[in-house]
Design a protein around this ligand. Sequence first.
Ligand code: KIV
Ligand code: NA
Length: 268
Amino acid sequence: AVKRLAAPDIAARKGKTPIVCLTAYTAPTADILDDHCDLLLVGDSVGMVVHGLPNTVGVTLEMMILHGQAVMRGSRRAMVVVDMPFGSYEGSPETAYDNAARIMKETGAQAVKVEAGPAVVENIDYLVKRGIPVMGHVGLRPQSVLVDGGFKAKGRHNEERQRILDEAHATAEAGAFAIVVEGVAEGLARDITAAVPVPTIGIGASAGCDGQILVTDDMLGLFDWTPKFVRRYADLRNEISQAVARYAEDVRERRFPGPAEIYFAKAG
Ligand code: KIV
Ligand code: NA
């Protein structure tokens, strides 16, 4: 069997070769991505991307565990990190630990990720001290969308820049093995990357980070709208639409199924 990457392997890549990450929610996608990625994130973006929710606030622990199990079954080599959903880790350290431990036991993933605001730093320390590797997430924190009033780039003013830099520091000091940096200007991404001893994984945060992550469905072009920071490497939405249009026409014209696609009765 192939050895799966784990938190210390990713942490050791700081300042070395870039860390390649993508989101994964299903076994077949994880199977494809595993050949190319160092880390697969079972992001709570699954709520919006797969389940049609307006934001990630409605994502449950049960959803994250089901998708985490699927991604573990589909992958072999990449490290798998499961997002802790809104409401599962921001309260007492004990509750955060119980929920994180459930994710680790029921999925077999190598780590959890939390959106690391100031209120959560203490809980990161609590989890890491009890054997749960934790990835942080600073800058644009999608679970705070209802406080922020939308998904907006962060750290464009000095006061906010300093606050985000402080949060990244505190997250690393609490023991996180890596930090996602989302939706910040290039200068801040570089400052955070230079300031913390663990790898930064950027999304909408410039090439100044130690690694990159995108939502897989975004980079594959499954949506007709994508944010500025996404580069589209495929146009799957059109490919799927054209394939389904051909299928629909074949069914309506009775061209499908054809002789090669049906069963024949055996003689006798
Ligand atoms: O939920 C998610 O997909 C994420 C990444 C985009 C970092 O948190
Ligand atoms: Na997330």
